[in-house]
Ligand binder design. Sequence first.
Ligand SMILES: [Zn+2]
Ligand SMILES: [Zn+2]
Ligand SMILES: [Zn+2]
Length: 386
Amino acid sequence: MIKVQKYTTATGQIMEMPTPEFRNMKASDKYKYKNLPRLKEMLRKRHLPIGGNKNELVDRLKLSDLNVSELKIKLKKEGLSVNGSKPDLVKRLLKVRGKRTKNCDQIEVPVTTMAVKPAGNPWKVPLLMKCGGCGQSVPNSDKLSHLDDCWFTNDGPSDVYLLHARSVNWAEKFELYLAVPLNGSFEDIDLLLQFTWMQCCFGHARSLDIYAANVFTNLKDTDDDPDPVMTLTSTYGLMVDDDIGPMDTALRQYLQNGVRMMYEYGGDYTTSIFVDYIGERRLKRPLQEEKAHAKTIRPVMRNEMLVMPCEHCYKKSTMFFMDDSHYDSDESDEDSFNEDGDDDCGMKFFCSKACSIFQGHRRRVLKPFLNSPRSGFCNYKGKTYL
Ligand SMILES: [Zn+2]
Ligand SMILES: [Zn+2]
Ligand SMILES: [Zn+2]
């Protein structure tokens, strides 16, 4: 049976509403509807202080809802003693929280919502891939077989080149599969990369270095970086040379098995992308029709967002900052974002400004952390045009 309670509204009307059902409520809400004397009485029974405003009393009660071992884990995290009775443990935690609040301009991350530090290295977790055809999330290991089922067919001659783009930095976590028409040009690749990953503003120079087949796989440790067989650039005309060409050079003459390209999108800082040629494919019929009406084919597959735990509370990060000295110094230009993803990669991730302040980075400018290797550069805001 539902219990009904009478309420008087601001206009004097009397309304009947079901009584809040506490048993089905989230634990965090169960004190919300209790009045101050009732909250104080509950605190007194738990041998806890009864001073403060309602929020403070509720926080105190919520903390004391944790069991002793949960409290001890929190205390250990704070580097505090775990001895004493349960009220002692609660009081000790309340004390550090009070101090922290004072130190940080009243910005507070409630202890009760702190996530647990995830085990393992987030840089090494394979990301799911989102198929641009069916919208499904596909395990990284199944991505190519899924594409061949979902997008392509063997029923007839091939009509597109399939390419795989991945960020040179960010531990190669950002990945994109692209299909470009057989009669297309390198400009199609340029546009696809710009419109899905890069567009921070207009007018940055781009270039594409084309390397001979398998020159990277045959590379020995002692070798210097290989020279490209051809460089295509959006600024062609300013720099003319035998092995420099315009972006709208036809794909056909260069694409063959084992070919890799390096795409660079400029600005104050360049974002570099490897583009590997996978092979020729034939689009399924509905996609062929779609292609007939559009100049560019939307990305066939793209990685899902990389989840980086907040440095402070371990929640999913939405912002980060980079230590620019990693870019400016000569020694570190190669592996600024090293694959181990350890602390000296120069990036710190946070879920909020408050958490970065807790970690002592009050003056740092935080950049949005977005699903793109251009995150944090220029004016990039994550807009996707395709
Ligand atoms: Zn699919
Ligand atoms: Zn820009
Ligand atoms: Zn956080």
